[in-house]
Design a protein around this ligand. Sequence first.
Ligand code: KG4
Ligand code: ZN
Length: 335
Amino acid sequence: MNILAFETSCDETAVAIVKSGQIILSSNVISQSCIHAKYGGVIPEIASRNHLDNIYHLTNKTLKESNLNYNEIDAVSSTCAPGLIGSLIVGVNFAKSLAYSLNVPFIPVHHLKGHIAANYITHNKLKPPFLSLIISGGHTLLVKVDTFTSMKIIGQTHDDAVGEVFDKLARKLNLGYPGGPLIDQLVINDYNINYKLPNPKIKNFPLDFSFSGLKTALMILIEKLGFTLDKTAICTSFNKKVSEILIDRMLKASQIYNIKKFVLCGGVAANSMIRNDFKKIINKEIYFPKKKLCSDNAAMIASQAYYEYLNNNKIKNNIYQNAYSTMSINEEFVN
Ligand code: KG4
Ligand code: ZN
């Protein structure tokens, strides 16, 4: 089954064609990060307008690279939630129109389920149940994944998402945007300076996260250090602390739910130190997507769409499907 999928939930315009949920026939991403970099973050209206500019020619390019014709596309899919609403609408509307004109099903996909599915492309034999840590620019969630399509949130952030703190720290250090990859490059594993940073815990919620205290501690430390500031030391100390917090929650969840298979995903799952630390501590069943599939892409959406399709034979020409800026990963789409 060949699925053509779109991802436009934030500032990446992405189109991909994936066969049977696992084989990428073609996948393209146009990142707008250079455009938004000068503002230090994503400007929603600029993002929507750029999706409009990009989507048509990116679709043609993706189809051409797959060596398929339109009549070999079996279904069309798009991220329908969560995300910037103006950006989502561009992808959803384009995808629905295409599905309608090709007379094939339209499959709505939850963006975060897509992030998890990036692992099915990378690891062909991987199957639920497992515990998944979704760490991105907008979300920090610990999820118990029961099947390919049904999952339950067991831990979440009470304030900032972890990727947001990477971006804010990078901004404060004048490194640029997005901050995660730039911090990743600065980090040195055995650096001789390690600043002491807090590990905020939430009373009665052992699997939840709070990153705002860590962010404030970083900002205060940077002000205090002034011109003696060592950027490598601060980035390394911060990255180490994030690894420590994530591993702590994952191990606690593993004990509580007695599940020993772990899956990381989302942009921050590309982080070198986090990947190494998880592999060191959890040396058996730990999975990450290929680095390229950690950040937003449409191949992961096509992969999840395949499992949604297998699970739900009601999916037909879902032409009334709307887009939603917020939606829990626990929920199902109703149009
Ligand atoms: O999953 P994603 O591409 O978009 C969202 O759905 O949010 O995640 C983007 C986030 C940004 O905050 C970015 O700074 C972070 O992922 N990121 C990283 C790395 N690469 C991207 N954070 C840490 N280390 C990285 N190598
Ligand atoms: Zn994402």
